[in-house]
Design a protein around this ligand. Structure first.
Ligand code: ADP
Ligand code: MG
Length: 702
C-alpha cells in the first residue's frame, strides 16, 4: 500500500483527537490529502513589527519582546489566561481560552519571545487571541524560514488551537515521512517543459515550506494551471469527439419553402447585422453534416427569439421537427404566443407542453409528435420526460441555458437516433472565463448589437425616503399610456417573510394607484397557472397598467409598452439578475426607466452593486463585476451547471490568463490526440479517468 494513503492519525504530532478534527473539519484523511491542503497565502516572517505601529488587521503580524505578567482566571468553559506583553514601544494583551495549562507553563516572565497573531483593538486596548509564541532563542536556532504559509481554518480548528504552527509541523512530518520520489507526477513532461512548470514534488514542497516568494508563485501557478487544465481537457476531448464521431443531420434544403416565404412575407423587421451573422454560423453548421452544438450569447432584448425561429424553420423545411425549451412556464407560454403570431399564416403546427398541460392535451401532443403532425413544440422541462417521443426531431433550441444543467442538456440529445442539432441561447452575459468553463465545449456566436431605435434605460437608485419620487414617475408614465413593473425579491429561505413584503407592496400600490382609475395585477410563482395567465394577459394587453411581481418575470417576458421597472430591496438581487430585470423595459421605442429601491440596511457590497447598475447598461461589464464582487460560485446558474468552478487556488475572476493558457494547451492536445492514446499522454488519460471516478460533477460533463 502506498504510504501516501496512510491514515493521518499516525503522523507524529497528530493522534486521534487532531485526526478527527482534520477529517471532519478540513477533509484531510490521508497524508496525500494533507500535502494537497495548500496554504492560501503567505506571511513574511523576517519582518518584526513594533507594538507602537500595530493596527487591527486581517493579516497576522509578528512582534518580539517580553512578558510582563500573566494571570489565569475563570473556571470551566470560562477559564482563560491573559498575559501582558511588551517590546518597549507599547504593550499588548495576549489571551488564551484553550490549552491554558500548557501555555501557562511555557511562558517565562522576562525571557524574550517571538509572538505571532492577529491584532484586535478592544476599546483602545491592543490584543491577540491564541497567538503563536516561541522563545526567541529557539526561534533563532531554527533554520530561518522567512515565508510561512497560512492554511485554511474553520471555527472549530481555531478553537481547538489547531493553528498554523501545528499545521506546519504536521505537514513537515508528513514530508519527512514520505521522503523524496514518492509523489507521482500528474502532468506529462512535455507540458512541464513547455510551460516551465515546477514538477509536483517541487511544487508542493515550495507551497508548504516556502523559501522564497518567487518559487511560491511558480508553484501556485502550476496548481492553478492544473485545476483549470483538467476541466478544459475534458471539454476539449468532448468537443473533439463530438466533431469527429457524432454525425449531424444535414439540412440541405435551405432555400425552399418555409424559410424563404417567411423572409419574404412575414419577417416583421430587417434582421440586425448581428442576427445575420449568427444565422450564417448556424447555416454553416447544419449544412456541414456535423452535429451543431452552438451557444448564442446575446444581451437581453438582442433578438434571439427570431434567430431561434429562423433556425427552426430550416429544420422543418428539411422534414424535421424542432423544439424550443424554456426554463419557466411563463416564458414557454410567451414563446408559444410569439411563434403563433410570427408564423400565423404559415402551415406550421405549434404545440405547447408544460407542467400544467392537462393529461388529455398531453396525450394529444404525444400522438402529434409521434405521427409528425406537430412540427414545432415549445415547452418547459416537461419536454425532457421520457414520454415525449418525436417522429423525427432535428433541432433543439434551449433558451436561457444557464438555468438548465449540463445533464439536462444532454438528455435532449437522446430524443432521436441521430442527435438533433442543439442551439443554446443565453441572455445572462457571463464573464468570458466562466463561459469558457461552463460552455467550453460549445461553439459560440455572439449577438453584440441591439435592434435599432432602442433608447438607453435611465437607472436611478432611490432610498425609502424618496418613495414619492418613484410614485411621481409612475403616475407620469401611466398618464402617457405606459406600463410599469414592480418587482420584489423572493428568496427561498425566508419565503414567508418575502411573501408578506410582496402582498404588502401590492396593497400599498393599490392604495397609491386606486381602482378603477388604475388597474394593478399581481404575479408570483405560487399562483395557480390559470390565475397567473389571466394576470399576465391583462398586463400584456394593456388592460392593467401595473404589475407587481416576483422574479418569475425575470426571464424573457416581453411587453414593449412597459417603460418603468421598479425593483424593491434591489440590494438583495445579484447584478446579473438586476440586469435581466432591467432588460424587461426599454423594448419599445420609448425612453424607459429602472428604479432601484435600496433597503435601509444597505451593505457596502450592495451599494457597490447598485452603483454599478446606475453607471452601466453593458451586461458583460456587469457580469464581470458581479463575479469580482461575489465570486464565481455565486454567479447565477453556476450551481445548476454542476461543473467545478470553485478551486483551491484558481479564481475565475482573476486568473483569466492562466485559464487561457490551460485552454490552449488542452485544445491543442485534444486536436492532436483526441483519444489520448499516445504514450506521452498516458498521464493525462489516467488523470481524467481518476477524476471521473472521484467526482460526480466530473462524470456529468464527460
Ligand atoms: P432576447 O434576445 O432577449 O430573447 P427577444 O427575442 O425577446 O430578445 O427580442 C426583443 C425584442 O426585439 C422583441 O420585441 C423583438 O420583436 C424585437 N426584435 C428582434 N429582432 C429585431 C430586429 N431585427 N429589428 C427590430 N426589432 C427586433
Ligand atoms: Mg429571450
Amino acid at each position: 500500500m502506498n504510504i501516501l494513503y496512510d491514515d493521518i492519525q499516525f503522523l507524529p504530532g497528530v493522534g486521534p483527537k487532531r485526526a478527527d478534527l482534520l477529517k471532519t473539519e478540513l477533509n484531510i484523511f490521508t497524508i496525500n490529502d494533507l500535502i494537497n491542503f495548500i496554504p492560501f497565502r503567505y506571511i513574511d516572517r523576517s519582518k518584526f513589527y513594533t507594538i507602537a505601529e500595530l493596527v487591527p488587521a486581517q493579516a497576522a503580524v509578528q512582534i518580539k519582546g517580553r512578558f510582563l505578567r500573566k494571570q489565569t482566571s475563570g473556571i470551566g468553559a470560562k477559564a482563560h489566561l491573559k498575559a501582558l506583553f511588551t517590546d518597549g514601544t507599547g504593550t499588548i494583551e495576549l489571551t488564551w481560552f484553550k490549552g491554558i495549562k500548557w501555555v501557562d507553563s511555557s511562558i517565562k516572565i522576562g525571557v524574550e519571545y517571538v509572538v505571532f497573531g492577529k491584532v484586535a483593538d478592544f476599546h483602545g486596548i491592543l490584543s491577540m487571541t491564541h497567538p503563536e509564541i516561541e522563545e526567541l532563542q529557539k526561534f533563532n536556532s531554527r533554520p530561518q524560514q522567512d515565508f510561512i504559509g497560512v492554511y485554511p481554518a474553520t471555527e472549530k480548528t481555531r478553537k481547538a488551537n489547531l493553528n498554523g504552527k501545528v499545521m506546519r509541523s504536521i505537514v513537515e512530518s508528513a514530508f519527512a515521512k514520505i521522503g523524496t520520489n514518492i509523489l507521482i507526477e500528474t502532468l506529462p513532461h512535455y507540458i512541464l517543459q513547455e510551460l516551465q512548470l515546477p514538477n509536483l514534488e517541487t511544487t508542493l514542497r515550495s507551497l508548504h515550506m516556502p523559501t522564497n516568494l518567487n518559487l511560491v508563485s511558480k508553484a501556485q501557478f502550476r496548481i492553478k494551471f492544473e485545476e483549470l487544465f483538467w476541466i478544459q481537457l475534458t471539454l476539449a476531448i468532448r468537443k473533439q469527439n463530438n466533431n469527429r464521431t457524432i454525425k449531424g443531420f444535414q439540412f440541405f434544403r435551405n432555400n425552399d419553402n418555409l424559410l424563404p416565404t417567411f423572409y419574404k412575407k412575414h419577417l416583421p423587421f430587417p434582421l440586425t447585422n448581428a442576427q445575420i451573422r449568427v444565422m450564417a454560423d448556424i447555416r454553416k453548421d447544419v449544412e456541414s453534416g456535423k452535429h451543431m452544438n452552438r451557444l448564442i450569447q446575446g444581451d437581453v432584448g438582442s433578438g434571439k427569439t427570431l434567430v431561434a425561429v429562423l433556425a427552426m424553420l430550416m429544420a422543418i423545411d428539411n422534414g424535421f421537427q424542432a423544439c424550443l425549451m424554456a426554463p419557466t412556464e411563463i416564458l414557454a407560454q410567451q414563446h408559444a404566443q410569439s411563434l403563433q403570431n410570427l408564423l400565423s399564416d404559415m402551415p406550421i403546427n405549434i404545440a405547447l407542453l408544460t407542467g400544467s398541460t392537462t393529461k388529455k392535451v398531453r396525450a394529444e401532443i404525444a400522438e402529434g409528435l409521434q405521427n409528425g403532425t406537430i412540427n414545432m413544440i415549445v415547452g418547459t422541462h416537461a419536454l425532457l420526460e421520457d414520454t415525449v417521443q418525436f417522429q423525427n426531431i432535428g433541432l433543439c433550441v434551449i433558451d436561457e441555458q444557464h438555468r438548465f444543467g449540463v445533464a439536462q442538456r444532454a438528455k435532449l440529445w437522446t430524443k432521436n437516433s441521430t442527435q438533433p442539432h442543439v442551439l443554446v441561447m443565453t441572455a445572462t452575459p457571463i464573464p468570458r472565463t466562466l463561459a469558457m468553463t461552463l460552455y467550453g465545449d460549445l461553439d459560440v456566436s455572439i449577438i453584440d448589437e441591439l435592434p435599432p431605435g432602442r433608447k438607453p434605460i435611465r437607472t436611478a437608485m432611490l432610498r425609502n425616503s424618496q418613495r414619492q419620487k418613484m410614485y411621481a414617475l409612475m403616475r407620469e408614465q401611466i398618464a402617457q399610456g405606459r406600463q410599469i413593473y414592480v418587482v420584489y425579491p423572493l428568496i427561498q429561505e425566508s419565503e414567508r417573510l418575502d411573501f408578506k413584503n410582496l402582498e404588502e407592496g401590492y396593497q400599498t400600490i393599490t392604495q397609491v394607484f386606486p381602482a378603477p382609475q388604475y388597474k394593478t395585477v399581481i404575479v408570483h410563482g405560487k399562483m395557480k397557472p390559470a390565475e397567473k395567465n389571466l394576470a399576465m394577459q391583462q398586463f400584456a394587453s394593456g388592460e392593467a397598467q401595473i404589475m407587481v411581481a416576483t422574479t418569475v418575470i425575470e426571464v424573457g417576458v416581453n411587453v414593449p409598452n412597459a417603460t418603468v421597472m421598479v425593483i424593491e430591496s434591489a440590494e438583495r438581487f445579484g447584478l446579473s439578475q438586476l440586469h435581466q430585470l432591467r432588460g424587461r423595459v426599454g423594448r419599445g421605442g420609448d425612453l424607459s426607466f429602472c428604479i432601484l429601491m435600496a433597503g435601509d440596511k444597505l451593505s457596502k457590497d450592495g451599494e457597490a452593486r447598485l452603483n454599478a447598475m446606475v453607471e452601466t447598461t453593458d451586461g458583460f461589464q456587469l457580469a464581470e463585476m458581479d463575479m469580482k464582487l461575489r465570486g464565481p460560485g455565486d454567479i447565477e446558474g453556476t450551481q445548476q451547471s454542476g461543473l467545478p468552478i470553485s478551486f483551491k487556488l484558481a479564481n475565475l475572476a482573476r486568473d483569466g490568463q492562466i485559464l487561457n493558457i490551460a485552454r490552449n494547451m488542452a485544445f491543442f492536445i485534444a486536436e492532436k490526440d483526441p483519444t489520448l492514446s499516445n504514450q506521452e499522454n498516458f498521464l493525462l488519460k489516467q488523470g481524467l479517468e481518476n477524476r471521473k471516478k472521484q467526482n460526480t460533477s466530473w462524470r456529468d460533463i464527460s
